[in-house]
Design a protein around this ligand. Structure first.
Ligand code: FUL
Length: 499
């Protein structure tokens, strides 16, 4: 009888040798599967990538200011004035969903110190309000409504507190603030963003916030949260409240050059830094109305203003944080609901069709040659992150990608370029040509760069994007040639403007 041990031993040896021979043969034929290019640091974290892909987040400023017609409460407000009789958080969330938004951020506590949840560390909260006889909890209502519709929640907890008498006493106030922070990040399930606002009145007492302790505590209690502040650590302020990023906007920056509440760094925040060692992308906060809180006298911005904000925020490698404030009834006003629906429809209309998909696409070179998986056709597939055109590392000239019409002219007034930011932000300089004429040029790209062409509609048979400077071989994940019917440069009707 054959020795079973000997049999399996010799069989294993045979198998190993065969595999080895096959591997050598494969190598000799040069048929390695082409590997992706090496990343260039710094890189986004998993949570930062998810955040970036949301593109638009909704802000809800709500609290005692809603009832006093003010923007910065004094801290002396009587909690009894907070009485949103018709509060319906599902209506807020429905508004967000209709706007195509997957994350909403609520002011749990603004500068007036009034808490929208029954914090056990103060009575300056919904506990003292007639709303639900002092048994209400706005955060819980929001979290429940959001969960029911698959929307994520973020919270704003103002460091500056004009009500609490401990404000100005470093140890006592930091303890109070940390206690509330723990309550918030422990009590309401998964929180995806926390907003540490940098504002503080000029006459407010001196106060040193224990930011590092706050950040560590938040990270300890929430695994997939992004922390926003002027200086990150995950998301940075864009440096203004207009919703506009710099036309050059890097996600990279040096965190050591940043501090919270420092007015002298707003330009640096707005542009970022190609030499930055930290991945810290900006968020563009802006209100749909003039104020952050709801005021009877104010109305929502017009669609063209919102679209301009969109092009200058999402279209400049940022996330837009659009504030849509609930009113005294505890509802988003109908005028605002209609405007955000209109805004979403406009975005969908503009980007629903892409002339680039109807083109023959060629490029200066491609990593791994034809069939290597990194060809220019990747820029028109559905993936805007992990499939991309990668030129060959060996190709030393300027890199280019070209779109040739297969059937009649390409008609567009918007160009969209996206980088595969999962492997780092690379492009420094690029130009766009239509039939040999330069129609746009810019610096870095990042997650999404949108050009709304100043000259209006272009009709061309060939569009070429040239990358004339980059930190490493550029990787382009998506390109779009779109038509924006809402864009009337110089008052002209789109279809009358021909390149
Ligand atoms: C600022 C605050 O002072 C405003 O009231 C608002 O909350 C805005 C988003 O941040 O710093």
């Amino acid at each position: 009888m054959a020795n079973p041990f000997y049999y399996s031993y010799s069989y294993t040896i045979f198998l190993l040798i065969s595999l080895h021979v096959a591997a050598i043969a494969w190598q000799e034929q040069g048929t390695f599967v082409t590997t992706p290019p090496l990343p260039i640091l710094p890189l986004p974290s998993y949570s930062q990538l998810k955040w970036q892909q949301r593109e638009i987040i909704m802000f809800f400023h709500f609290g005692v200011n809603t009832f006093t017609d003010s923007e910065w409460g004094t801290g002396q407000e009587n909690p009894a004035i907070f009485d949103p009789k018709g509060l319906n958080a599902a209506q807020w969330i429905d508004t967000a969903v209709q706007a195509g938004v997957s994350l909403v951020v609520l002011t749990a506590k603004h500068h007036d110190g009034f808490c929208l949840w029954p914090s056990k560390y103060t009575d300056h909260s919904v506990i003292g309000s007639p709303w639900k006889n002092g048994h209400g909890d706005v955060i819980q209502e929001l979290v429940n409504a959001a969960k029911a519709r698959g929307v994520d929640v973020g919270l704003y907890l103002s460091p500056w507190d004009r009500h609490d008498p401990r404000y100005g006493q470093n140890k006592a106030y930091n303890e109070y603030y940390m206690a509330q922070l723990q309550e918030l990040v422990n009590k309401y399930g998964s929180i995806k963003e926390i907003w540490f606002d940098g504002a503080k009145g000029s006459n407010a007492p001196n106060m040193t916030y224990d930011f590092s302790d706050w950040f560590s505590l938040v990270k300890e209690l929430q695994s997939s949260i992004n922390i926003f502040s002027d200086a990150g650590p995950d998301v940075r302020w864009v440096g203004n409240e207009k919703g506009f990023a710099g036309s050059t906007c890097w996600s990279t920056i040096n965190r050591t050059a940043l501090s919270i509440g420092n007015g002298s760094i707003v330009n640096y925040l707005n542009k970022g830094d190609p030499k930055g060692t930290d991945w810290l992308p900006p968020e563009c906060d802006v209100s749909i109305r003039t104020g952050w809180f709801w005021h009877k006298s104010q109305s929502p911005k017009q669609l063209d203003q919102l679209l301009e904000i969109y092009y200058n925020s999402v279209g400049r490698n940022c996330v837009l944080l659009l504030n849509v404030p609930p009113n005294t009834a505890g509802l988003i006003s109908e005028s605002d609901v209609q405007r955000v629906i209109e805004f979403r429809k406009a975005i969908d209309t503009i980007f629903s069709s892409n002339w680039a998909e109807k083109c023959a696409i060629t490029a200066s070179s491609q990593r791994g040659g034809k069939g290597g998986g990194f060809g220019p056709e990747n820029v028109v597939d559905g993936d805007h992150l992990w499939t991309y055109w990668a030129p060959s590392d060996e190709y030393k000239e300027d890199h280019w990608i070209e779109f040739k019409s297969l059937n009649g002219p390409l008609i567009f007034n918007v160009v969209r370029i996206q980088e595969a930011i999962g492997l780092g932000q690379r492009i420094r300089l690029h130009e766009i040509y239509a039939d040999g004429v330069r129609i746009a040029s810019g610096t870095t790209v990042g997650h999404k760069k949108l050009y709304r062409l100043e000259k209006g509609v272009v009709q061309a048979f060939c569009v070429r994007i040239e990358i004339i400077g980059s930190r490493a071989t550029p990787l382009i994940s998506s390109v779009g040639l779109h038509f924006d019917p809402f864009w009337h440069p110089n008052g002209l009707v789109p279809w009358q403007v021909v390149h």
